[in-house]
Design a protein around this ligand. Structure first.
Ligand SMILES: [Zn+2]
Length: 122
């Protein structure tokens, strides 16, 4: 496994760990967030609540970097870990996840064949 997208996947895990399962209200954990597939600029992840076992669904997350924006000043008392958790989150939203969930909810194990081919612009 290359380390190329490691940072992005880690950021996605961090993102979902801030979200709560809507069935049991526990936060998602990193071991419930599975990297299914990676393409240039796209990661496909499956999110499952490890507390109650209910799947949130599959999310397709774009990882293409946005043009750099000025970094906001961090509060002085933020720790290094706070910065790692809160800065540089990928440009994803719950809407993206829900859209992907609805797209995939009727698909079975062959869902991956519906993914766009590598190299086609989205
Ligand atoms: Zn749950």
């Amino acid at each position: 496994m290359g380390n190329l997208h490691g940072g992005s996947f880690q950021a996605i895990q961090e993102y979902f760990q801030q979200k709560e399962c809507r069935f049991c209200s526990h936060s998602f954990t990193s071991d419930g967030i599975q990297l299914l597939r990676e393409e240039p600029g796209v990661l496909v992840v499956r999110v499952t609540c490890k507390t109650c076992g209910h799947p949130l669904g599959v999310a397709i997350v774009g990882t293409t970097p946005k043009p750099a924006r000025p970094q906001p000043q961090h509060p002085r008392d933020w720790t290094k870990r706070d910065k790692e958790r809160l800065v540089g989150q990928p440009p994803i939203s719950y809407d993206d996840v829900i859209a992907a969930h609805q797209f995939f909810k009727d698909l079975d194990t062959d869902w991956h064949k519906h993914l766009p081919k590598t190299g086609r612009a989205s």
